[in-house]
Design a protein around this ligand. Structure first.
Ligand SMILES: Cc1cc2nc3c(=O)[nH]c(=O)nc-3n(C[C@H](O)[C@H](O)[C@H](O)COP(=O)(O)O)c2cc1C
Ligand SMILES: C=C(O[C@@H]1CC(C(=O)O)=C[C@@H](OP(=O)(O)O)[C@H]1O)C(=O)O
Length: 388
């Protein structure tokens, strides 16, 4: 089965579940490989009270034995500690005194269309699954994908380069992404990080919230992941879908992104140079992808996140139970989640690249995959067309 994953779980239910299929046998995999990114996803200046309650840790329920994958689906559980406070409201079994329905949909959240689509009169039934708490389960899948990729020298980092109106040059964020963990907002520049934090404080003080932009960089991808042959195989299209599937993402770019539309060709294409028997590029303005395939340069994907929609400055809405105009439902929320979204972005990029990697090199077991990978690298080197 092709590498990929599904998730289950509600935000305040018992836990977040991930089922990763198509994982090759023989991949070394420890809980700490997953827990590292679960912890990073919980961090970030501007998060709400929920992160003080949760301490996300993975439990493997299937697919791993004595530290190695078995080739069977990898099943993972992250328990929601907050469930202890929600057992009555989120009980899977019927309850005698159900809570009052919530009928004031928030503009910008999934509430209204979700109630219309699934015939709910209580938007809690929508909110619980549309909440970005689900991204915990995605980051668990990303942990498996990242471990596979790192065994072949592929490393993935991210950095935040805009929060609200405070921006840092994207090109510099790309170069310094490996240092972003040092910043509470995941921006590699300490001075800009402080200004971003002030921007978040100011928005929160105004009972409002913020979005921003982040970039994910994958170093060490071999050329030829993805394909130009079929539209479904193009790796940039798959990465774009994966990024846009993250809650609140409204735009995705590769390399210099939309900025290239205003340039002349000679200012955009990455010239090919011969360098000591290798090929090199004079630049990486296209973000490491040409013709729907990786080209051996770092893959550079960035995304724009819209501001959080649950705000204390409640926006106008209509009470679905009465038809009366009123103010939107409000509960505990983040005021900025761009730093967390960047970590989720890393995970989704890792999943897509791992899938494309296993398509290219086989998927049954690590020994055969390594042999195919090394043979490909040898052929490119012998032909003098290996990337730097
Ligand atoms: C890490 C993360 C945390 C989020 N936290 C909140 C939040 O606390 N409150 C909220 O209203 N939306 C939050 N969102 C955004 C909503 O989940 C998202 O806007 C909603 O699911 C509707 O989907 P859409 O924005 O993609 O259309 C968060 C998103 C991410 C990625
Ligand atoms: C719980 C997480 O994110 C949540 C995403 C979210 C939303 O509406 O998307 C709403 C908030 O949850 P709560 O209502 O419990 O405060 C966020 O904190 C998480 O990322 O772990």
């Amino acid at each position: 089965m092709r590498f990929g994953f599904s998730t289950a779980g509600e935000s305040h239910g018992p836990g977040e579940v991930t089922l990763v299929h198509g994982v090759p046998a023989g991949l070394g995999l420890l809980a700490e490989d997953v827990d590292r990114d679960l912890a990073r996803r919980q961090q970030g200046y501007g998060r709400g009270g929920r992160q003080k309650i949760e301490k996300d840790k993975v439990e493997f329920l299937g697919g791993v034995r004595h530290g190695y994958t078995l080739g069977s689906p990898v099943a993972m559980l992250v328990r929601n500690r907050d469930y202890a406070n929600w057992e009555h409201r989120m009980s899977p079994a019927p309850v005698e005194d159900p809570p009052d329905p919530i009928t004031l949909p928030r503009p910008g959240h999934a509430d209204l269309a979700g109630m219309q689509k699934y015939a709910f009169d209580d938007l809690r039934n929508v909110l619980e699954r549309s909440s970005a708490r689900e991204t915990t389960a995605r980051v668990a899948a990303g942990g498996v994908a990242k471990k596979l990729l790192s065994d072949f020298g592929v490393e993935i980092h991210s950095a935040v380069y805009r929060i609200g109106t405070v921006a840092y040059p994207k090109e510099r964020a790309v170069v310094d992404a490996a240092r972003a963990d040092e910043s509470e907002v995941r921006c590699p520049d300490p001075e800009v990080s402080e200004r971003m934090k002030e921007e978040i404080d100011a928005a929160r003080y105004a009972r409002d919230a913020l979005g921003g932009e982040f970039v994910v960089v994958a170093h060490g991808c071999p050329p030829g992941l993805g394909s130009y042959v079929d539209w479904r195989d193009k790796v940039d299209a798959r990465l774009a879908a994966a990024i846009l599937s993250i809650n609140a993402m409204k735009g995705v770019e590769f390399g210099m992104g939309f900025g290239l539309a205003a340039k002349r060709s000679s200012e955009v294409q990455d010239e090919i140079l011969a360098e000591n028997g290798h090929l090199a590029r004079a630049s990486n303005r296209l973000g490491g992808i040409e013709g729907g395939m990786t080209n051996g340069e770092p893959v550079v994907v960035s995304a724009a996140m819209k501001p959080i929609s649950t705000i204390a400055k409640q926006l106008r809405t209509v009470d679905i139970s009465t038809g009366e105009e009123t103010k939107a439902f409000k509960e505990r929320a983040d005021s900025c989640a761009v730093p967390a979204a960047a970590v989720i972005g890393e995970s989704m990029v890792a999943v897509v690249l791992a899938e494309a990697f296993l398509e290219k090199f086989g998927a049954d077991n690590m020994t055969d995959i390594r042999a195919a990978h090394d043979s490909y690298a040898r052929r490119l080197a012998e032909a003098g067309v290996a990337a730097r």
